[in-house]
Design a protein around this ligand. Structure first.
Ligand SMILES: C[S@@+](CC[C@H](N)C(=O)[O-])C[C@H]1O[C@@H](n2cnc3c(N)ncnc32)[C@H](O)[C@@H]1O
Length: 385
């Protein structure tokens, strides 16, 4: 592949996820010794931040796609003799000596990119740098490469970190009490712990709770091996676990109504923030009825999908009625998993007038579909619908 073809591919198809240009031809200290390029989200779409690294300072400039293409064509081989360009499927090393630049394909080190703003990007897990818990859990190799088979997991962990990061300002000051219900193999539990302690410098008491004795023992051993002070794992059932004061409750992919039990526990404990990714929402499959929706719900596949959305919509509204602001956000893109909705709830004070309106809307919705979801029953003594 020629340099021109490479630029056409990466910029023309908008797959470039980052680049570094190095080994300048000029030794003039007034010239930048290195350029780094990163995508940045702006109101009107994606722009490119060109960071020029001078000897004693850096400068930033935002450019559009056209200017980015021009810059790469001119600077590689012109001012810089070496470049490393990333796309999700590959890295490209360009060596520009005397003749035609040589383009070499390398294994990818930046498999994904978020076009989020800079603050978030700093908190994302850097591909190519080993993170101890990701190495221990087999997501990364010891030198920090994401294992090919674990790319989806790496992407999921990254996305989770971003979504949690947004609610950290809402959490109270001081030592944080956190519970992860149904922590399983604990990829996301360790990610949460890492984000809160290492990135945000918070002191944390984080409990991962799960039914599976062997999995809990493995996670506990790993927490001790990593010296993760304040992180522990216990065997237990969500339904039995008493919460005595908690700031953040997490329940990720807990099956069917286990999610509702986790939400109920969190509401009763008056958690400041609740994060739930529901999974296999079967409960309402046998309940939902509607003459109007007959053409939709008579097909098993469509009925299942629709029921999953209805279950999460009901949960979101019931959490609002229980005193939370709720956002429903996409967790990871649908092509990676169908379990892609995150309910993000933050505690709020809501005027009685608003509560009455929300309750009336909920009643109309639930009656029209002939449903009485688990969370409604579990919180019957706390919310009036
Ligand atoms: C699909 S895994 C998800 C693991 C992890 N949260 C994640 O998202 O990667 C669901 C976990 O929930 C646990 N679980 C299901 N019902 C539970 C309950 N009632 N109490 C505690 N754990 C439960 C299961 O043992 C399993 O490990």
């Amino acid at each position: 592949m020629t340099l021109e073809e490479l630029v056409e591919r990466l910029v023309g198809e908008a797959v470039l996820t980052g680049a570094t240009l190095s080994r300048p031809r000029s030794v003039d200290p007034a010239s930048p010794k290195r350029l780094t390029l990163d995508p940045v989200a702006v109101r009107s779409g994606v722009r490119w931040r060109v960071r020029r690294h001078f000897h004693t300072r850096t400068t930033d400039e935002l450019v559009d796609r056209e200017a980015l293409g021009e810059l790469l064509r001119e600077a590689i081989g012109g001012s810089y003799r070496q470049a490393l360009l990333h796309e999700p499927a590959a890295d490209w090393q360009v060596l520009a000596g005397k003749g035609e630049p040589r383009v070499l394909r390398r294994p990818p080190t930046r498999p994904d990119v978020s076009f989020a703003h800079d603050r978030r990007k700093q908190h994302r897990l850097p591909a190519g740098e080993p993170v101890p818990y990701l190495v221990a859990l087999g997501v990364q190799t010891p030198d920090g490469q994401v294992r090919a088979r674990r790319r989806d997991k790496f992407r999921q962990v990254n996305r989770f970190v971003e979504l949690v990061d947004d609610v950290i300002p809402v959490l109270p000051p001081g030592a944080l009490r956190v519970v992860d219900y149904g922590s399983g193999r604990a990829y996301l539990t360790f990610a949460l712990y890492d984000l809160l302690t290492r990135v945000h410098g918070r002191s944390v008491e984080l409990l991962g709770l799960d039914l599976k004795q062997d999995v809990v023992a493995e996670c506990e051993a790993l927490a001790r091996q990593l010296d993760a002070e304040g992180l522990r794992f216990e065997v237990g059932d969500i339904a039995d676990a008493d919460l005595d004061g908690v700031d953040l409750v997490v329940s990720l992919h807990a099956c069917d109504t286990a999610t509702d039990v986790a939400l109920e526990r969190a509401v009763r404990a008056e958690a400041t923030v609740i994060l739930a990714v529901p999974c296999c929402q079967h409960e309402l499959l046998g309940q939902l009825e509607s003459d109007v929706l007959r053409p939709l719900i008579r097909h098993g596949t469509l009925r299942e999908r629709f029921v999953a959305e209805v279950t999460d919509a009901a949960r979101a509204r019931l959490l609002e009625l229980a005193g939370y602001d709720v956002q429903v956000v996409e967790f990871v893109a649908l092509e990676h998993t169908p379990k892609n909705v995150l309910l993000r709830a933050t505690r709020t004070a809501r005027p009685a007038r608003d509560r009455a309106r929300l309750a009336a809307e909920y009643r109309t919705f639930a009656d029209a579909l002939a449903i009485r979801p688990a969370l409604e029953r579990l919180l019957a003594d706390r919310i009036d619908v």
